[in-house]
Design a protein around this ligand. Structure first.
Ligand code: SF4
Length: 238
């Protein structure tokens, strides 16, 4: 047995690196992220004023998601090299709001993979999950926010087909949904981002959407729980 003073705790090293690498994003009024727009409106509002700090479980999940995404992207790139398909990752996205020119969806779409083959283009959005088979059986996936996110990308890349693929983190089993652009989802997304923009522009605290919509489980993982419970509005500070 190694003396305890000579041992290194690998898990502690991994976690301290993940914590250190947490990205801080400065937010700009008018620029919104496709991946966030369906999360709780109040949470999005807070994220413009305060850094979101993730717990260890969330950091592990993000990292597992990144690892699976890289694996799938690398595999598709090999297939693309052999078959003549073009495979791109981390594509930039910029989608102006159709009615409000001061609002734009923007960011680096790092969970999608663009595949061009035989004059057709596919947008693959990869999401990792647990208990894939049970969630499929219970109708818990595809999730509304994932459909809406992919739908936005389909607007950014017209005449493309969408593939929303869920990967089980424990088994690497996958399930894909083949999707086309849907106007009504797009309209709903445009309404939602306009509402968020107006809360921010007017420094009005949005309602605690997750709590009020039966999704209070989200609050357990929300780094703004204490601000929210006290109805604090950082935008109203003098
Ligand atoms: S605690 Fe819940 S309701 Fe409040 S901001 Fe966070 S997710 Fe939204």
């Amino acid at each position: 047995m190694t003396d305890s003073s000579e041992r290194i705790q690998v898990d502690e090293i991994i976690m301290s690196e993940l914590r250190r690498a947490q990205r801080r994003h400065s937010r700009v009024l008018g620029e919104y992220w496709p991946s966030q727009i369906y999360s709780c409106l109040r949470k999005q509002y807070y994220s413009f004023y305060e850094d979101e700090v993730f717990g260890d479980d969330a950091l592990r999940n993000f990292e597992a998601g990144n690892a699976y995404h890289d694996l799938i992207a690398r595999t598709l790139q090999k297939w693309g090299n052999a078959s003549g398909a073009r495979v791109q990752t981390e594509v930039p996205i910029r989608i102006p709001h159709r009615d409000h020119p001061e609002i734009v969806f923007s960011g680096r779409a790092d969970d999608i993979i663009l595949i061009e083959k035989d004059r057709r283009r596919f947008i693959l959005e990869v999401k990792t999950t647990t208990n894939l088979v049970q969630k499929l059986g219970a109708g818990n996936i595809p999730r509304r926010e994932h459909l809406a996110q992919l739908n936005l990308y389909l607007r950014a890349y017209p005449y493309s087909s969408g593939i929303l693929m869920y990967v089980d983190r424990a088994t690497l089993k996958t399930h894909q949904f083949d999707l086309e652009f849907e106007q009504h989802i797009y309209d709903e997304t445009m309404k939602r981002v306009a509402a968020l923009h107006s809360y921010l522009k007017e420094s009005r605290l949005p309602p605690p959407e997750a709590k009020e919509s039966g999704a209070a489980w989200m609050c357990r993982y929300c780094s703004f729980l204490s601000l929210c419970s006290n109805n604090q509005n950082p935008g109203a500070r003098p």
